[in-house]
Design a protein around this ligand. Sequence first.
Ligand SMILES: [Fe+2]
Ligand SMILES: [Fe+2]
Length: 202
Amino acid sequence: MIENVDIVLRTLLAPAQTTRPYPDQGIQEGEMDEDERQHALGLMRVNHVGEVCAQALYQGQSMTARDQSNREALQHAAQEEVEHLAWTEKRIQELGGRVSLLNPVWYASSLAIGVAAGVLGDKWNLGFLEETEKQVTKHLEEHLEALPAQDAKSRAVVTQMREDEMKHAEMAHDFGAAPLPLPVKMAMEAMSKVMTSISYKI
Ligand SMILES: [Fe+2]
Ligand SMILES: [Fe+2]
């Protein structure tokens, strides 16, 4: 219980830590006009929200997982999500912005969904995780298209995150994730559209 409260507080209130070097380390800040900077900022804020949700999702997963044998691998993925949080947080600061004001709301709703999936059993829990990671990968690919071409720093961060998320999806798959029914996938996509369009702005 204390451990879980600690995860929530650390995600929402404390700066996240990274073990690996920042992917944009050594890359020069690109020249951007005000519109481009605001656009990059909005996209990186969306990505940060995604990582806040990932914290809640992996937390829900570990609270409800019945089979403990996959635990270590899932903890490794969860640790990488903490790094993503640190990378996006730093990039938002560099772009002169702030994280989404609605982070507590995103966190709480993701945790509720994660726990609900976990209650249904491990294969559904992993299925939900796999589908989320797949959708996030696709979403990051779209961001690579949408980010200003000169913003090499944000691009480096998003590129490494995309690679990690792809591995997380494969891991969940290998552990026996159940394929989710199409309506569930569509509902998840619809929900993430709402989340992204709101957190792009606030
Ligand atoms: Fe992530
Ligand atoms: Fe991930």
